[in-house]
Design a protein around this ligand. Structure first.
Ligand SMILES: *Cc1c(COP(=O)(O)O)cnc(C)c1O
Length: 424
């Protein structure tokens, strides 16, 4: 697209956008009686206007049916989680038997590490990205300790080169090669939360497998954002939360993926609960864990239906929009954001900001991370005062994520225009 840094161009692009009506399906937070410029879908996605209806349905069924709701609710609660695999498999690119909605993200990360991080004397390392999200770092550190290992030996971080912000693909692959058979698992984010870097999950998985290690991904910033083909890439396991790009509400129920080749393996160690037990005989309540032979076999507890109802409201909108159209618009929006910010930079005597997210479309999702060269925090605080909602990360980074479901070209332009005013 031939972008232009004008409001007229932004409005025209919105007019042509096949997804323009989807914005209407969400509540946009308000500032002084007007829509905020909400660019924080990477942190907490917005509420669909249908969410309350979905949740109310379950509250009503609970009110009128009590425990009978497990079987007689409009959407019976006992198998409630079974409504998700069809839609989620399209979002993360897998088969329906490979995906399950359960728990929360960090819980799922630990549960999956129980199955896929089983260090031996020879093979005990975790290869991950430097500056992984703190929760993931704590998970890696404490998993290593749990197995009696020193995290300083066991957790190997791949860091950016001197003066660089993102990781080089060749550094990731050469680290895997270098540590070779001492690696138990390669565990990366799909998209790094800080830089917005989208990793080449296919290549990382291949490299991990070539040294005999498992490959897993934390897709918190990738699910509902980047194009994913977990099954075809042969990824062993993955997990994500639903409250970021998947718009399912604060602390919403999370997801997990386990490759088909593992889900039928009853011998894979796991921490089990009754909801992962074979459905036909679950209620015989007998001794001896016998797992469901799908990703459901990793479930612990019965379905948190209220939280799942909010998840369903959002996934129905994803289905209506279609991932193909979402990816198309995502690329255009992120491209436009890059274009206008670069245009602003080029009009200044000295560089005022640096985009640390890749300018290469294949290496990013929605998010654009902007390193402010001067007065960053002051500019950010002023942006907030003027009705922008974005995210500040120390020491000097503003993270913004134009989301294809509800953000517009006009949002992007107005954000950039505010930045332009404030740096002047
Ligand atoms: C958001 C995020 C989390 C948060 O974990 P919760 O268990 O949902 O609180 C963890 N890891 C990554 C990579 C994240 O982006």
């Amino acid at each position: 697209m031939n972008y232009q840094n004008t409001l007229a161009f932004a409005k025209e692009s919105d007019e042509k956008d096949p997804l323009k009506n989807f914005r209407e399906k969400f509540f946009i937070p308000q500032h002084e009686g007007k829509d905020c410029i909400y660019l924080t879908g990477n942190s907490l996605g917005l509420q669909a206007k249908t969410t309350s209806k979905y949740v109310q349905q379950e509250l009503d069924d609970w009110a009128w049916l009590g425990v009978e709701g497990h079987f007689r609710a409009k959407n019976p609660w006992m198998p409630y989680h079974e409504i998700f695999p069809k839609q989620l498999s399209k979002i993360v690119g897998c088969k329906e038997n490979e995906v399950v909605v359960m728990n929360q993200l960090t819980v799922n990360l630990h549960l999956l590490m129980v199955s896929f991080y089983r260090p031996t004397k020879q093979r005990y390392k975790i290869i991950c990205e430097a500056k992984a999200f703190p929760s993931d770092q704590y998970a890696f550190e404490t998993q290593a300790k749990y197995h009696g290992l020193n995290p300083a030996d066991a957790v190997i971080e791949v860091a950016p080169g001197e003066g660089e912000h993102t990781l080089r693909a060749e550094d990731i692959l050469s680290t895997i090669e270098q540590h070779g058979e001492s690696i138990a698992v390669v565990l990366f984010g799909g998209v790094n939360y800080y830089t917005g870097q989208l990793f080449d999950m296919k290549a990382i998985t291949q490299a991990a497998h070539s040294v005999g290690a498992y490959a897993g991904f934390d897709l918190a910033h990738a699910a509902g954002n980047a194009e994913l083909h977990l099954h075809d890439w042969n990824v062993d396991f993955a997990c994500w939360c639903s409250y970021k790009y998947l718009n399912s509400g604060p602390g919403g129920v999370a997801g997990a993926y386990i490759h088909e080749k593992h889900v039928t393996n009853k011998d894979l160690p796991r921490f089990a609960g009754w909801w992962g037990y074979k459905k036909e005989t679950r209620f015989k309540m007998e001794k001896g864990f016998d797992p469901i032979l799908t990703a459901e076999g990793w479930q612990l507890s019965n379905a948190p239906v209220l939280s799942m109802a909010a998840h369903k409201a959002s996934l129905d909108i994803f289905e209506e929009a279609g991932m193909e159209r979402l990816h198309e618009k995502r690329k255009l929006l992120a491209g436009y954001l890059h274009f206008v910010l670069n245009d602003i930079n080029s009009r200044q005597k000295e560089r005022v900001l640096q985009i640390i997210t890749s300018s290469n479309e294949a290496d990013r999702g929605c998010q654009v991370s902007i390193l402010m060269c001067k007065n960053g925090k002051q500019i950010f605080d002023e942006l907030i005062k003027q009705g922008l909602i974005a995210d500040w990360r120390e020491p000097n980074v503003i993270r913004v994520a134009p989301v294809p479901l509800y953000n517009s070209f006009e949002d992007v332009w107005r954000f950039c225009s505010l930045v332009n005013q404030l740096i002047g």
